[in-house]
Write a protein that binds this ligand. Structure first.
Ligand SMILES: NC(=O)c1ccc[n+]([C@@H]2O[C@H](COP(=O)([O-])OP(=O)(O)OC[C@H]3O[C@@H](n4cnc5c(N)ncnc54)[C@H](OP(=O)(O)O)[C@@H]3O)[C@@H](O)[C@H]2O)c1
Length: 259
C-alpha cells in the first residue's frame, strides 16, 4: 500500500491502522526523517515491511520521482491512498499566486497523475482519493481549496465507473473536520476558528479505524464517521447557493480577521 502525505495527520493514522492489519507500506511525504522514524516504529510494533520516500508532490517533478522510485525498487502498490493535500484559507485576492499554484498542483494534478500512472499497473487494485465534505460546498474564503476537493469528488466518481469493469476500485473519501495540522497548513491563525475546528474535529485514529474496513470492502464513497455521513445527506438536500451562502456567513468574520 502506498500512502501519500503519511508523515502526520490522517495519512499517518491510516499507516498505523494498515500496519495493524499486517499490510506492507510505502510512506511518501516531504519530511523523510519523520517517515523513517515512523517506519522504524511500525516495523518494531507490527513486523511489517515499510519503505519511505521523500517527495514534494506540489512540484511538477514530484509524481515522476515517486514513480521512478517505485520502478527502481520494484514496489507496485495494490492500494494507493492519494491523501497528501493542503488547504488555503482567506480572501482570494490576498492569496499568493505561489500558494494557489502549489495547492492546485498538489490537490489536483499530482493526485490525477498518480491515478494515471499507478492505476493501469494494478490488478484488482484500490485507489482512494481524499476529498472533503467541503468538496460538496462552494466555500467562500476556501474557494480554491473547496474547488479542488470538488474536482477530486467528481474525478473519482467518474473513474470509479470507468475502471470498475477492469477490477480497479476508485474510492472517494470525504472527511469533515479532523484534528490535524491542516488548519496551520492552510494559513489559519484565528484563535477562535482554531478552537471551533478543534472542538468539531474528529480524532484521526478513529477516522482511520472507521474508514479502513470500508476501503477494503471497496465502498465507492466513504465518509469519516456516521455523523459525517448524515451531514453529507443533509448537504445533499440543500441547494448549492444556500450551502455557499451559509458557509460565507460562518467564515467571513474569520477571513477578515485572519492575520
Ligand atoms: N483536517 C481536516 O479537517 C480535513 C478535512 C477534510 C479533508 N482533509 C484532507 O485530508 C488530507 C490529509 O490532511 P490532514 O488533515 O491529515 O493534514 P496534515 O496534518 O496537514 O497532513 C498533510 C500531509 O500531507 C503531506 N504533504 C503536504 N504537502 C505535501 C507535498 N507538497 N508533497 C508531499 N506531501 C505533502 C504532509 O507531509 P510533509 O509536510 O512531510 O510533506 C502531511 O503528511 C488532505 O487531502 C486534506 O485536504 C482534511
Amino acid at each position: 500500500m502506498l500512502i501519500t502525505g503519511s508523515s502526520q495527520g490522517l495519512g499517518k493514522a491510516l499507516a498505523f491502522e494498515c500496519a495493524k492489519r499486517g499490510l506492507s507500506l510505502v510512506l511518501a511525504a516531504r519530511r523523510k526523517e519523520i517517515l523513517d522514524e515512523m517506519a522504524h516504529s511500525l516495523r518494531e510494533t507490527y513486523q511489517v515491511d515499510v519503505h519511505t520516500i521523500a517527495v514534494d508532490l506540489s512540484k511538477p517533478e514530484g509524481v515522476d520521482t515517486l514513480w521512478q522510485w517505485c520502478k527502481r525498487e520494484q514496489l507496485w502498490p495494490d492500494i494507493l491512498i492519494n491523501n497528501a493535500g493542503r488547504g488555503l484559507f482567506g480572501c482570494f485576492e490576498h492569496q499568493s499566486e505561489m500558494d494557489i499554484h502549489h495547492l492546485l498542483y498538489l490537490n489536483i494534478e499530482a493526485l490525477t497523475l498518480l491515478c494515471h500512472r499507478f492505476g493501469p499497473k494494478m490488478q484488482q487494485g484500490i485507489i482512494v482519493n481524499v476529498s472533503s465534505l467541503v468538496g460538496m460546498i462552494p466555500t467562500p474564503y476556501f474557494s480554491v481549496y473547496s474547488a479542488t476537493k470538488s474536482y477530486v469528488l467528481h474525478f473519482s466518481r467518474a473513474l470509479f465507473r470507468e475502471w470498475k469493469h477492469k477490477g480497479i476500485t476508485v474510492i472517494c473519501l470525504l472527511p469533515g473536520y479532523m484534528r490535524t495540522g491542516f488548519d496551520t497548513g492552510a494559513g489559519i491563525g484565528n484563535e477562535r476558528y482554531l478552537k471551533i475546528s478543534a472542538s468539531l474535529g474528529l480524532e484521526v485514529e478513529k477516522v482511520a479505524s472507521y474508514v479502513l474496513p470500508r476501503i477494503l470492502k471497496r465502498k465507492p464513497i466513504i465518509y469519516a464517521s456516521s455523523g459525517n455521513s448524515f451531514l453529507a445527506f443533509l448537504l445533499g438536500l440543500v441547494p448549492a447557493g444556500w450551502r455557499s451562502g451559509i458557509a460565507k456567513l460562518f467564515l467571513k468574520p474569520f477571513a477578515e480577521q485572519n492575520p
